[in-house]
Design a binder for this molecule. Structure first.
Ligand code: FES
Length: 71
């Protein structure tokens, strides 16, 4: 997942992915370009948990996903 990439590459993102991919925090919120966003919907369709968590994320757009749910 994008979260794994951030962790594996030790990218400094304070507070990012604080629940470790448990779909319980929404801190891994990402906003994608429209074409990339469409591709993620094919490869990693929405789950109910992700939709619920995104409701709690700040500044959600039509192209928002959770980084722990996108590969
Ligand atoms: Fe917590 Fe993605 S890491 S919801």
């Amino acid at each position: 997942s994008i979260l794994d990439t951030v962790i594996d590459n030790e990218i400094e993102t304070e507070g990012y992915g604080i629940c470790g991919g448990g779909i319980a925090c929404s801190t891994c919120h990402i906003i994608l370009e429209d074409t990339v966003f469409d591709k993620t919907l094919v490869e990693d369709p929405w789950g109910e948990e992700e939709c619920d968590m995104l409701d709690n994320a700040p500044n959600v757009t039509d192209f928002s996903r959770l980084g722990c749910c996108v590969h």
